[in-house]
Design a protein around this ligand. Structure first.
Ligand code: CA
Length: 243
């Protein structure tokens, strides 16, 4: 019998907690549950779950504090499941260190897909391990050569400005993850920079014009409206079989 991944469900609404437990159990996960931030802290430290599903509106403390506390010592995947649908809430959770954000109500299939992605990231430590090994990232026809700072699409060289390369390289080190506008701006221009999304948008429009066949329907870099950008994973490219 294969080892099951253990998921901690942090949720104070008993009904939702039961649904999540049922969905995960039937899909082969072992589940434990916590109804408060305090309980979550204790279980995270004692069980070291493979993944945490986290509600933000908890009775004792905000879920954001749970994320920050865990990120002080662990990179374990945290997927926020929240009724808060505002872009600002997503940004806050992702900037605090959450791996993904699902808005309630959600479908079981979507939830399971996000969980699988977050677990796979944790296993492979993102694409960065590939980059460390080969100096290259390949997503479909897009190839980023980190050592030579060159980008090609379907073998043809793409001429990017230094900032455009930096943005693409950063997204490439985080394939599948949404990077918020502020996170990208901080990485590029330093922590003291006031976020100016407009500069980033202009850069992204230029990048898309250069790397995407149809910039209006991007294949490589997706927009999470009002939140940030996400580079596709190799798995999302058509024609690449699942292992
Ligand atoms: Ca709640």
């Amino acid at each position: 019998m294969p080892l099951k991944d253990k998921v901690l469900i942090v949720e104070d609404d008993t009904g939702i907690c039961n649904v999540l437990t049922a969905v995960l159990s039937t899909s082969g996960y072992e589940t434990i549950t916590a109804a408060t931030a305090r309980e979550a802290d204790t279980l995270i430290r004692s069980h070291c779950p493979d993944l945490v599903l986290l509600d933000l509106g908890l009775p004792d403390r905000d879920g954001l504090e749970v994320i920050r506390a865990v990120r002080g010592w662990s990179g374990m995947p945290i997927v926020v499941v929240s009724a808060r649908s505002q872009e600002a809430d997503k940004v806050a959770a992702l900037d605090a260190g959450a791996d993904d954000y699902i808005v309630k109500p959600f479908g079981a299939e979507e939830l399971l897909a996000r969980i699988r992605t977050a677990l796979r990231h944790a296993r492979s430590a993102g694409a960065s391990s590939d980059i460390a090994r080969t100096g290259m990232l390949r997503v479909g026809g897009l190839a980023i050569d980190y050592d030579r700072r060159q980008v090609t699409v379907d073998g043809a060289p793409v001429h990017l400005t230094p900032n455009e390369f930096k943005i693409l390289a950063l997204l490439g080190r985080n394939t599948g993850r949404v990077l918020t506008y502020d996170a990208i701006i901080r990485e590029l221009w330093g922590p003291g920079t006031q976020g100016d999304n407009q500069i980033l948008r202009v850069n992204m429009a230029n990048i898309r014009r250069k790397i995407e066949q149809n910039p209006a329907e991007p294949r490589y870099v997706f927009t999470e409206a009002g939140v940030g950008y996400r580079m596709a994973e190799e798995k999302e490219q058509p024609g690449t079989p699942e292992p």
